[in-house]
Design a protein around this ligand. Structure first.
Ligand SMILES: [Mg+2]
Length: 91
């Protein structure tokens, strides 16, 4: 599986929990990326936190995530997001 994890109000709610989830996913041979609607310049802390665990961080800059992530070359089969409507709707 390629799992796409949201950052704000998903990973940030309990980073230790998600770090374990990511570790387990990787140990099982799955891949994990992060997609956020932040712009990169709004996300200075992300490479130092979730960015150390996941394969890539995709910054959509308020654009809907689903198409944006695919255009970046990733095709997640699982999305984990507290606001899933933003997969298809810009913010
Ligand atoms: Mg969120």
């Amino acid at each position: 599986m390629l799992i796409c994890l949201d950052y704000d109000e998903t990973y940030t709610v309990d980073p230790e929990f998600w770090d374990l989830v990511i570790e387990l996913a990787l140990a099982r041979g799955h891949r994990v990326i992060c997609a956020t609607m932040r712009h990169e310049h709004e996300a200075e802390e992300m490479p130092k936190t979730i960015g150390k665990r996941v394969e890539a961080i995709i910054y959509t800059g308020r654009k809907a995530k689903f198409d944006f992530v695919q255009k970046a070359g990733y095709y997640p089969s699982i999305w984990i997001d507290d606001m899933p409507h933003f997969l298809f709707q810009g913010g």
